[in-house]
Design a protein around this ligand. Structure first.
Ligand code: PHE
Length: 333
């Protein structure tokens, strides 16, 4: 077959091959096989060398013509493919109906509400380390090494002698030594206990610690502050609080506080134990370099899970750390 006939045959086959391509990948493969550096057209043009100058002129024109025709077919197919992609009934960017949207964890939602109400009362929001020194978690809170109160707050110890803090009261003892007085601070953070996990206990939970040091602070200030916070978080005006005497080594006097909501039904209508609190023990102030004859203060520590369970009527604390989205998604704000 003459070179001219071969070129003509190549043109026909190339155009057919290009038109048969179903997608961009196939088209690119075809382009390389037909027009590429080692493609068929390159192969054919090698035979050129043997032709006479006259034939060369004629074949050169033919070669250009075939080359242009194949390139045109390629360009036409390329835009046809693009058009059909644009018109495709499947829009891969369209959001699916059943797509799950993430939600803010119920504990984080309540933490935010608590921080907001304390900010509005002039408290600073502070923070402290999870890995704590024995001294800050216990010692400076009037719980020396052999004190039986340690038994109720066993925790996870590190080989360095440090521990995972058992309560946010550790932030009190960290704050006092170089605090500017008067002070009002609140901390929301994780605490850890060596606990058997059940519906109302977890080994990792969240506490809110609030503390004030000022002149002339009384239990009345404490009760008023707590009532304001609880009403705000539960979004109810008819919240009642009840104080029962209790013992914590770092307060004197100490109380446990129960709440109920007067107009409510069910869970909220019953007294629920919510937090521990009291007037900061003079010894704790002294250890922090504060003169207890000049300054007084109150402190409280509250389990945020408990408050969230009351707010939403949640029955099982394991919901919070269990990562079961069926539960958590019910509280998307
Ligand atoms: N830290 C105590 C606890 O975790 C709670 C508490 C805080 C009690 C502040 C009194 C004052 O049990």
């Amino acid at each position: 077959m003459s070179l001219a006939a071969e070129l003509e045959q190549f043109r026909g086959e190339a155009v057919t091959q290009i038109e048969a391509c179903a997608d961009r990948d196939q088209l690119e493969e075809a382009r390389i096989a037909l027009l590429g550096r080692n493609g068929r057209l390159k192969e054919l043009s090698k035979a050129f060398g043997q032709a006479s100058p006259d034939e060369k002129r004629e074949l050169g024109r033919k070669l250009n013509e075939v080359n242009t025709a194949v390139k045109d077919a390629f360009a036409a197919k390329q835009s046809a493919l693009k058009r059909s992609l644009d018109a495709s009934p499947i829009d891969v960017t369209e959001p699916r109906d059943n797509q799950r949207v993430g939600s803010i964890h119920p504990i984080s939602q309540v933490a935010k509400a608590v921080e907001d109400v304390f900010s509005s009362m002039g408290f600073d929001i502070v923070d402290g380390p999870h890995i704590e020194e024995d001294e800050y978690n216990f010692g400076r809170l009037n719980i020396p090494a052999d004190h039986p109160a340690r038994d109720s707050q066993d925790t996870f110890w590190l080989s360095t002698g440090k521990l995972l803090r058992t309560h946010t009261s550790s932030v009190q003892s960290r704050t006092y030594p170089d605090a500017e007085l008067p002070l009002r601070k609140v901390v929301v953070g994780k605490v850890f206990r060596y606990e058997e996990v059940d519906a109302t206990h977890d080994n990792t939970f969240t506490q809110v610690e609030g503390f004030i040091v000022d002149k002339g602070i009384t239990v009345a200030n404490l009760v008023g502050t707590l009532r304001t916070m609880i009403s705000a978080v539960l979004e109810r005006d008819d919240v009642e609080v009840r104080l029962r005497p209790s013992f914590f080594p770092f307060v004197e006097p100490g109380f446990e506080v129960d709440v109920r909501v007067l107009g409510a039904e069910g869970r909220l209508a019953n007294w629920v134990e919510l937090l521990g609190c009291g007037m900061i023990h003079p010894e704790v102030l002294k250890q922090g370099g504060i003169d207890p004859d000049e300054y007084q203060g109150f402190a409280f520590g509250l389990g945020l899970e408990r408050l969230t369970m009351i707010r939403h009527g949640i029955q099982d604390i394991r919901l919070f750390n269990g990562a079961d989205l069926r539960g958590l998604h019910q509280f998307s704000a």
